[in-house]
Design a protein around this ligand. Structure first.
Ligand code: G4P
Length: 529
């Protein structure tokens, strides 16, 4: 059994794509699945405007806005490996969910729009990867469109992220003028692509030797050869050790929409991304892969399927074998949890899952008792470190529309807090009757309003507060802030764990508070308690 577990774990690649909205994450997800033959035609996974598809419609809101607010997992085989691609919500407002997904992956693909370079959301997500020690592979997308110079994009990655870019593929022809790609490991050949109509199928790939490439694309080939030799001289070649240590990033170029460069990226995930390994525990030890089952709940999602009205917990298997029906223990309470309803989940499709190995994701239905950050284990106790939360940027006082529904109101707000839909803050000054909701993105508030009305039958009114930044602090910092409230901001504590947060109207107010009270700690990353 234990030999099986380590062998199966070694075949897993569990990864996510991180990007700024519109960089092409949905398109790339489809292209990856297409290459692995998990789907037969691109457009089947995400139903975005103009594309045929099945959108997961757990809320009308999601359909109306045409964005994906759910998080799910796509599992597909590729070259004898099992790929687990964890979907991250694309919309900027749902970045908190994305952060959590990064706790469950072993590698991330950072998708960069060739015309835009590094964008705000990419920066935030990259910070999370660095913080968590998740190695990053870079894919520079939309090379079929005018954009920025390849070397300039590499410079930006290096200077902004202090991350050495090591190209594994190199474009022949500039952005918008793509003639093909060179696999840097085989630099005397050019890969030429013929796009399938509409991009719905894999692009046809032809291999040209140097003479043929020269003949076919002339000056573009010569320039690519020159650039490649420059790169070799500056030491920009792939180095597994520094990649795994988070110091360098293998870089790929392509166009997800035409499926160009996607196969090479998928192969890179197999060849370069780490397989699941032993997992650090909260007490400083680690859980070996062949220990009895343990898993980390990284997302709890309600109402994915309206006809079920259930709650599903996504669990990343960290050690041992998960078998449907087994009884596991929730570390936080020591209580058993039966896993009769275990599924592998992607979009709206659910299929029963019998067995899962380290790196796989299991969806547990009827998971009302489970919380984000929970550890589940069998036989031998394990507790994984809690998940840090991120400084919220939007704040609103929430009140019930109908005072007669106060009980339902309290129950609903507490539940949404526990699920991690929003953070609920309590201020001594405002009292418990007027909790404050804190979110990374304002759309989290829309989810609260929708669910409070439809699920808890307690419609709410939100009153925005004039703050736009928060920092974790301690009791002394909170007192200082509250004393100088009219100058700097206001302090509140989190209902769930009592952590003090300082709320500030702007980053400028944070600096001015820090100058006046240099001894008060202010942390952007809020530790889990
Ligand atoms: P997201 O999930 O990161 O938000 O991005 P998504 O895949 O939806 O892509 C955003 C837009 O960029 C889409 O265009 C998509 O077609 C386009 N796109 C993605 N990859 C490429 C690429 O390699 N080259 C080019 N030229 N465009 C690409 P849209 O007009 O917003 O949507 P749609 O009508 O095409 O669906």
């Amino acid at each position: 059994m234990s030999g099986d577990t380590t062998e199966e774990a070694a075949r897993r690649r569990t990864f996510a794509v991180i990007s700024h909205p519109d960089a092409g994450k949905s398109t790339l997800t489809e292209a990856l699945a297409l290459h692995a033959h998990a789907i037969t035609s691109a457009g089947a996974v995400h139903g975005k405007s103009g594309r045929r598809g099945v959108s997961s419609d757990w809320m009308e809101m999601e359909q109306a806005r045409g964005i994906s607010v759910t998080s799910a997992v796509l599992q597909f085989p590729h070259r004898g490996q099992v790929m687990n691609l964890l979907d991250t919500p694309g919309h900027a407002d749902f970045s908190e969910d994305t952060y959590r997904v990064l706790a469950a992956v072993d590698c991330a693909v950072m998708l960069v729009d060739a015309a835009k370079g590094l964008e705000e959301q990419t920066r935030k997500l990259f910070d999370v990867c660095r913080h968590r020690g998740v190695p990053v592979i870079t894919f520079i997308n939309k090379w079929d469109r005018p954009g920025r110079d390849a070397l300039e994009l590499l410079d930006e990655i290096e200077s902004e992220f202090r991350l050495k870019p090591t190209p594994v593929t190199w474009p022949v022809g500039g952005p918008g003028h793509m003639r093909g790609l060179v696999d840097v490991r085989d630099p005397d050949r050019m890969l030429r692509y013929t796009r399938a109509p509409g991009g719905a199928k894999e692009a046809v790939e032809e291999v040209l030797d140097a003479a043929e490439a020269e003949q076919a694309v002339g000056a573009d080939w010569e320039q690519a050869v020159e650039e490649l030799s420059l790169l070799r001289e500056t030491g920009g070649t792939y180095d597994p050790e520094s990649f795994l240590a988070g110091k360098s990033t293998p870089v790929f170029f392509g166009a997800a929409i035409s499926n160009i460069g996607v196969r090479l990226l998928l192969d890179a995930v197999v060849d370069m991304a780490p397989a699941p390994g032993p997992r650090p525990l909260a007490d400083g030890g680690e859980r070996p892969l062949d220990a009895p089952f343990s898993g980390l709940v990284f997302k709890v999602q309600a109402n994915m399927d309206r006809s079920h009205r259930d709650r599903i917990a996504f669990v990343r298997v960290c050690s041992g074998v998960f078998e449907r029906g087994m009884t596991v223990t929730r570390a936080a309470t020591g209580k058993p949890f039966a896993t009769k309803y275990a599924h592998s989940v992607f979009g709206q499709d659910r299929s029963s899952l019998e067995t899962a190995y380290p790196g796989d994701v299991v969806g547990l239905v009827n998971a009302g008792a489970l919380r984000v950050g929970d550890t589940l284990y069998a036989e031998r106790k394990a507790v994984f470190p809690g998940m840090p939360t991120f400084a919220p940027e939007h704040f609103s006082v929430v009140r019930p529309v109908d005072i007669g529904r106060t009980k339902q109101f309290r129950r609903g707000i507490a539940q949404l807090d526990e699920e991690g839909v929003v953070q609920v803050l309590v201020s001594d000054r405002r009292g418990e009757q007027a909790p404050v909701l804190a979110a990374v993105g304002p759309m989290q508030f829309d989810v609260v309003q929708h669910r409070m009305e439809n699920e808890f039958t307690a419609p709410v009114r939100l009153e925005p507060l004039p703050y736009s930044a928060a920092r974790a602090t301690d009791a002394v910092g909170a007192e200082q802030l509250n004393k100088s409230r009219l100058v700097h901001g206001e302090a509140m504590h989190r209902a769930r764990d009592g952590v003090w947060l300082g709320l500030f109207p702007s980053k400028w107010h944070i600096s001015s508070f820090e100058r006046e009270f240099p001894d008060s700690p202010l942390e952007a990353l809020i530790a889990a308690h």
